[in-house]
Design a protein around this ligand. Structure first.
Ligand code: AHR
Length: 612
């Protein structure tokens, strides 16, 4: 392996190269990164008709003691459904009767932690209500508070804290009473008090994202943005403002309801919290099955302009003031938008695209616009700053695709590989080493071609193990655990690449066909490193000599390291029981030098970091 690290032949990699794509899929947001523990908190998931399906709420008691239904008596005009609970028993059983919410496959309640309960209730007479957290069978009480003071003439907002006296990973929230009478409930929320920066995000999952040092955050989908039908597409306007007033919506592509607690504002906040540039993917009037004709697309264009004002307008502007009222008077630095998702080729895409493009260019000349049409093989027939490239394929194919952008035109829009992954089940399972090695090779191709590939993100990012609609994913979690798949760990090898310097590298080996490599120079607060990454995609151990030319001051052996990702079997995966089966292992590199010998294990990814 020969690396030429001299500056004349080196090139800076864009600061934006590696980032994240977050989609509301697999309960990544609702029941995932968004820490809300109550599912269907406004009883709206059955739609506006009453009586309505209120799944997963259920009753405690039997038909003779309790009767629940829904009506449209809510105090919130955009989500009018409320739950009416009638307690019929005179001598109710001990513990009372009522309703419970199991959250998203059980709430994770942990001893010593506090949980903020907010809900709206109404009753024509005084109430004796108990709110408690119990373990799944309802037998172990973890925390409880009683509620009596309400305004009998109106809806009353209740805000209380519950301090957990025990730990249970499959808890539920119970609202019970022993007093005969009628109580209405609406917008029942339970949030852990220790969310990331108090912004509502589940901490451990955020830490996993921070570990990747993402340069951008593309959100909120994906197909989630399009909807199977336009009526179920993501509508930013419905997801902002006070959470109690959000109607929520059914994501019909991934088939679940979301209360939209994680809305447009929260996505912008998430990007800020991650130190990542937000990339807003908006709907262009096109879903999987219906489209808005370009002749009548103007209201949709206006709607998107409003969303940009919401993010970037002054705190005095119409929509900027809504953002300010939500707690963020500073503008969000929104500089990228994707005009649709995977809509190229649809009947009205080009026409609609141009309407959005022209209006945004006029109002926000600095915003970079991303087309859905692949310009890698032929020039686009419309203006764009970047174009989306998506690929889900087999491991062998993705490995070969490391050269995909070698001959792509350098003229015109840049490439945003906004979704990539090995997803062929035979190769990938729920996240195999083999899949991750092919992805690593593909990523070395982005580094080398980063004069034209400006951004890249793996997809999907998250999966709640209880709803694994799409496999594989980068991060797997349940109510209380999480781990990275090998694909996640591969991305940690590239976090230093954004903004670093790429050098020419050549490999001469009889195993060249199954090797992929790149070389960068990067620096941390103390040192500069030459990083040589090599994927061995074959079954043989490979002996190599790595020679680095152009290093000005030699190599500091003491600070040099080698990091290897490999496992006994190339189909090995991580799991909740073995979360660290396939993870990078770092060790010292005592033979670090300008010319050094190295052995690559079969099916492995190795990073040599030579301190300079
Ligand atoms: O990442 C999963 C899906 O794959 C995305 O929603 C969509 O853009 C693509 O088809």
């Amino acid at each position: 392996v020969e690396v030429d690290a001299s500056w004349e032949v080196s090139r800076k990699i864009p600061d934006t190269l590696f980032g994240l794509f977050f989609e509301e899929i697999n309960h990544a947001g609702a029941g995932g990164i968004w820490a809300e523990l109550v599912s269907n908190r406004g009883f709206e998931s059955g739609g506006p008709h009453t009586p309505s399906n209120i799944d997963p709420w259920s009753i405690i008691g039997d038909e003779s003691s309790i009767y629940i239904t829904t009506d449209r008596s809510s105090c919130f005009s955009k989500n009018t459904v409320a739950l009416r609970m009638e307690i019929l028993c005179e001598n109710c059983p001990a513990g009372g009767v009522g309703i419970y919410n199991p959250g998203f496959w059980g709430m994770n309640i942990e001893e010593g932690k506090t949980y903020n309960l907010v809900m709206y209730i109404r009753s024509l007479e005084s109430v004796e209500l108990t709110a408690s957290l119990t373990c799944s069978d309802g037998m172990q009480n973890l925390a409880s508070v009683s509620i009596q003071e309400i305004d009998p003439s109106n809806w009353t907002k209740i805000e209380m804290q519950l301090l957990a006296q025990g730990t249970c990973r499959t808890s539920r929230l119970e609202l019970t009473s022993m007093k005969r009478g009628v109580i209405w409930f609406d917008q029942v929320s339970l949030m852990p008090s220790d969310t990331y920066k108090g912004h509502g995000f589940r901490k451990e999952l955020i830490y996993m994202l921070l570990e990747l040092r993402p340069q951008f955050l593309r959100f909120p989908g994906g197909c989630f943005v399009e909807g199977d039908w336009l009526r179920n597409a993501f509508r930013w306007r419905e997801t902002i403002g006070p959470w109690e007033q959000r109607p929520g919506h059914f994501g019909d592509v991934w088939n679940y309801w979301t209360d939209d607690g994680l809305g447009y504002y929260e996505f912008l906040q998430l990007a800020e919290d991650l130190g990542a540039a937000p990339i807003w993917v908006f709907n262009v009037g096109i879903s999987h099955h219906d489209e808005v004709d370009t002749i009548i697309i103007e209201p949709f264009v206006k709607d998107v302009l409003d969303s940009l004002e919401f993010a970037r307008g002054s705190a005095e502007s119409t929509w900027g003031s809504v953002r300010a009222a939500m707690g963020h008077p500073e503008r969000f630095p929104l500089k990228y938008v994707a005009i649709g998702n995977e809509d190229c080729g649809k009947e009205f895409y080009r026409g609609n695209y141009l309407k959005f493009y022209d209006a945004i260019r006029k109002a926000y000349p600095d915003i970079q616009m991303i087309s859905n049409c692949d310009g890698s093989s032929r020039p686009l027939d419309h203006p764009a700053d970047l174009y989306d490239f998506h690929v889900y394929t087999s491991a062998a194919n993705l490995f070969i695709m490391k050269n995909k952008f070698d001959r792509t035109s350098r003229i015109g829009p840049k490439v945003f590989v906004s979704e990539y992954a090995v997803n062929e089940q035979r190769d990938a399972g729920k996240g195999s080493l083999l899949a991750s090695l092919a992805e690593a090779a593909f990523l070395t191709g982005f580094e080398k071609n980063s004069d034209v590939v400006q951004m890249a993100s793996y997809a999907p990012l998250f999966v709640n193990d209880n709803d694994s609609t799409w496999n594989p994913d980068a991060i797997v979690f349940n109510s209380w655990q999480q781990y990275g798949t090998p694909s996640y760990w591969v991305q940690t090898y590239f976090r230093e690449s954004s903004g670093s310097v790429i050098h020419p590298i050549t490999i001469s080996s009889r195993y060249s066909d199954s090797l992929a490599a790149s070389a960068i120079t990067w620096q941390d607060s103390e040192d500069i490193f030459l990083r040589v990454k090599i994927v061995n995609f074959g079954p043989n151990a490979v002996n190599l000599t790595i020679s680095s030319r152009g290093l000005q001051d030699g190599v500091n052996t003491a600070k040099s390291t080698v990091t290897v990702l490999t496992s006994g079997n190339f189909l090995d995966e991580n799991s909740f029981s073995e979360p660290n089966k396939v993870v990078p292992v770092e060790s010292e590199l005592p033979n670090a030098a300008e010319v050094m010998e190295a052995v690559l294990p079969p099916f492995s990814f190795t990073s040599f970091d030579l301190a300079l």
